[in-house]
Design a protein around this ligand. Structure first.
Ligand code: SF4
Length: 325
């Protein structure tokens, strides 16, 4: 059932409906890491709004330097000094994406820049907290967030920026606070899943997977992010559909729910439970699954046989038809 859904929607034809499309425009792994992070943290709100904001942010970065076309990698690397952060603030002046402003983007890239400087890549920083035998990414994500928050207190330039823009905290979510960390789990899925299927199925980037260029050049020996350690990015769409098909009974979409759904998906693929995420999310993003039973839509759905919501809707419809007869 889930494999049928995967075959239908886990395809490059649907990339345009997802922020994952942005890092695919680049080939350098550091460009990809920076752009993926940007696209992931801005992935809240509606799809059009997200695309507009990521596009606008990238345009500002490309126009920022002296060169005709500044790469995201070069731009982020320049933010390791206070002077770079000040210039970046003017590049992102008046940028707004819902709850976040331009200073928040500068803070995010300032943190990324320091991770690059100290570890070689964000992936290397992340896996420094990841035990290869850990069941999932909980401890590592908490560790990365703790480091970044401590830098925001101890680095004078970052501290000044953080004080002037408290909304930056919306970018920094940690499992320890109970959040489902949807945007970080999505970013980590992009980084940790290495696609092995045909060219049509190659969506996730696998930048931090074992044997990747970033892992080979910057990760400590024996460290990498394994797909089996990923946790599903739970949002209103995947959360709702997960409830419909019995992957969780939890009403609140928090870290416990994300882990519970991941454990349920592990029964379908123990080594790669989040592989179904992109396809599941399409049902909501493409408005294929509505918040009501629609026989013409549900009868075509790959998940129909497991969907409790559709079963109830169908039963209601039949009762109604009998009442009319
Ligand atoms: S069967 Fe209908 S309600 Fe259930 S997941 Fe599919 S489209 Fe949504």
């Amino acid at each position: 059932m889930l494999d049928r859904l995967y075959s239908r929607y886990h395809r490059v034809e649907f990339l345009g409906s997802d922020p994952l499309e942005f890092p695919h425009r680049y080939s350098d792994p550091w460009d990809r890491e920076a752009v993926a992070l940007l696209a992931a943290v801005l992935a809240y709100g509606n799809v059009k709004q997200i695309r507009r904001s990521v596009e606008a942010a990238l345009e500002r970065i490309h126009r920022a330097g002296q060169e005709a076309q500044t790469s995201p990698r070069a731009w982020v690397a320049g933010l390791s000094q206070a002077e770079g952060l000040t210039q970046a603030r003017s590049v992102f002046k008046s940028f707004v994406h819902r709850f976040n402003g331009g200073t928040d983007i500068v803070i995010l890239f300032g943190l990324l820049s320091r991770s690059w400087k100290e570890h070689g890549s964000l992936g290397a920083h992340f896996v420094s907290h990841l035990d290869p035998a850990a069941p999932d990414i909980t401890v590592a994500l908490n560790g990365l967030m703790a480091d970044w928050r401590s830098w925001l207190k101890t680095d004078p330039a970052l501290r000044a920026l953080a004080r002037s823009s408290p909304s930056h905290s919306y970018f920094l979510t940690a499992p320890s606070e109970g959040s489902c960390c949807k945007r970080w789990c999505m970013f980590l899925r992009w980084m940790g899943r290495e696609e092995r299927g045909s060219a049509h199925e190659r969506l996730d980037l696998g930048l931090w997977a074992p044997g990747s260029e970033l892992a080979d050049k910057t990760f400590p020996a024996g460290k990498a992010l394994h797909p089996s350690q990923l946790v599903i990015p739970l949002d209103t769409h995947t959360g709702r559909i997960s409830q419909y098909i019995g992957l969780t009974r939890r009403k609140t979409l928090n870290w416990l729910a994300a882990r519970e759904v991941t454990e349920a998906l592990r029964l379908c693929d123990p080594q790669d439970p989040t592989k179904y995420d992109f396809a599941l999310a399409r049902l909501g993003i493409l408005s294929l699954c509505r918040r009501s039973y629609r026989s013409e839509i549900c009868s075509q759905c790959d998940l129909l046989e497991a969907c409790r919501f559709a079963r109830k809707g169908r039963a209601r419809e039949l009762r109604g038809a009998r009442g009319l007869a």
